[in-house]
Design a protein. Structure first.
Ligand SMILES: [Zn+2]
Length: 214
């Protein structure tokens, strides 16, 4: 494959990188120099791979702020013996980076939960299909229907349920359980609505989702 054909279709990215090098990097040069040999993020942000979730945009964060773990369905697997990237990332964030907060963020219109609701279309996706077993807890923790979600209320209630289910899995991770027991960390469950740009936070006491911003 020639260089030209590799670049075809990547124009948007190459143009973006060009603008980054020309306009953005020079302005932030000192910040990047500070970050070049170390990071000390305070937050581990676990969210879906969905392209519409752009953490640095919705939280106005930047380089060095968020340690990220992303997978379809913002899952924290609990299958003890299996090695997986998500739990390894959590362990590293907690034990090595010593993050102070872990935020687990689901989102409206999540394809993973849509697929879990209606398993059609998964025939040719053996790995994704197996992965979706990790979101089954969403149905147990399904949240009350919210009229504000309109025709998507059922899906949204399952997506919120998945946040609650994955929070339980997160708390059960040995590194997280230990840090929680020593009050070294806080965990948070969020639901981001793509249509409104608003975030809800799961209130553990009231056992319901409330607006993150009062
Ligand atoms: Zn998703």
């Amino acid at each position: 494959m020639s260089e030209t054909s590799i670049a075809t279709g990547l124009e948007k990215l190459l143009e973006g990188h060009k603008r980054f090098q020309k306009d953005v990097f020079p302005v932030k040069r000192s910040q990047f120099h500070l970050l070049a040999e170390m990071q000390a993020p305070e937050y581990l942000f676990i969210t879906c791979s969905d392209s519409r979730i752009v953490p640095d945009l919705i939280l106005q964060t930047g380089p060095g702020d968020l340690f990220l773990s992303r997978c379809i369905g913002n899952v924290v697997p609990v299958t003890g013996s299996d090695m997986d990237g998500i739990t390894a990332t959590i362990e590293y964030a907690v034990e090595a980076l010593k993050v102070k907060h872990i935020i687990l963020c689901g989102h409206s219109d999540c394809g993973a939960l849509k697929a879990a609701l209606n398993r059609k279309g998964l025939e040719n996706l053996p790995k994704a299909s197996r992965w979706l077993h990790h979101v089954e807890g969403a149905f147990t923790h399904r949240q009350p229907l919210n009229p504000a979600d309109g025709e998507h209320a059922e899906l949204a209630s399952i997506i919120r349920g998945n946040v609650v289910a994955q929070l339980i899995n997160l708390r059960a991770q040995p590194s997280v359980a230990k840090a929680l027991a020593h009050n070294k960390i806080e965990v948070h469950g969020w639901y981001y609505d793509i249509l409104t740009g608003c975030i809800e936070q799961y209130d553990e006491q009231q056992r319901k989702f409330l607006p993150l911003l009062a």
